[in-house]
Design a protein around this ligand. Structure first.
Ligand code: IMP
Ligand code: MG
Length: 188
């Protein structure tokens, strides 16, 4: 199965406006407080970078990253979350904002929230850019949310299919296509 990029679902201006709104909500929430924003690699890199740049200039924010792999090269959730890169920061007693690209089945975020809570932060909040509520399999608490989207596979602005298309500035729907190799496979 292969995928191709189709129509724009959310264009760059709309993304930017929303990230600005989220940044002002986040800024208000942590006003006067130091906090650590934790971006989940690699999908959240663009969102994270924009979000922290849009925070009020007097924000006391530090950033860190974790890399997890949940899907491998497929688009279906396996439910297995592997920590590929852990934090550099000791989050015990600190205010933490988890920043993720998309909330889909919820398996990744619920796993990460539990893992981070186990490290005894003072507070743990979660911010996601996209939410696909129709696909939820476990309940996940999210404090800041950008867009709810339909159950379609999306790429761009950090989101990938098999590692590609993260670089696209807009968020697009990606559709499954039949690979020509399969169609023309000769019979034995
Ligand atoms: P969940 O564990 O099912 O909630 O999946 C979350 C992860 O799945 C995200 O961090 C993404 O990497 C990936 N994912 C879910 N839906 C999409 C999509 O539509 N496009 C690209 N990646 C997705
Ligand atoms: Mg991801």
């Amino acid at each position: 199965m292969d995928y191709e990029v189709e129509r724009v679902l959310i264009d760059r201006r709309t993304i930017s406006q929303k990230v600005l709104e989220l940044a002002s909500e986040v800024g208000e929430c942590y006003s006067g407080k130091e906090f650590v924003a934790i971006g989940i690699l690699k999908g959240a890199i663009f969102f994270m970078a924009d979000l922290v740049r849009f925070l009020p200039p007097d924000s006391r924010v530090k950033i860190d990253f974790m890399a997890v792999s949940s899907y491998g090269a497929s688009t279906k959730s396996s439910g297995i979350v592997k920590i590929v890169k852990d934090l550099d920061t000791d989050i015990k007693g600190r205010d933490i904002l988890l920043v993720e690209d998309i909330l889909d089945t919820g398996l990744t975020l619920s796993y990460l929230q539990e893992l981070l809570r186990g490290r005894a932060p003072r507070s743990l909040r979660t911010c996601v850019l996209l939410d696909k509520p129709d696909r939820r399999r476990v309940n996940v608490n999210v404090d800041f949310k950008g867009f709810s989207i339909p159950d379609e596979f999306v790429v761009g602005y950090g989101l990938d299919y098999s590692g590609f298309w993260r670089n696209l500035p807009d968020i697009h729907v990606a559709k499954a296509i039949e690979t020509p190799a399969k169609k023309t496979q000769p019979k034995e």
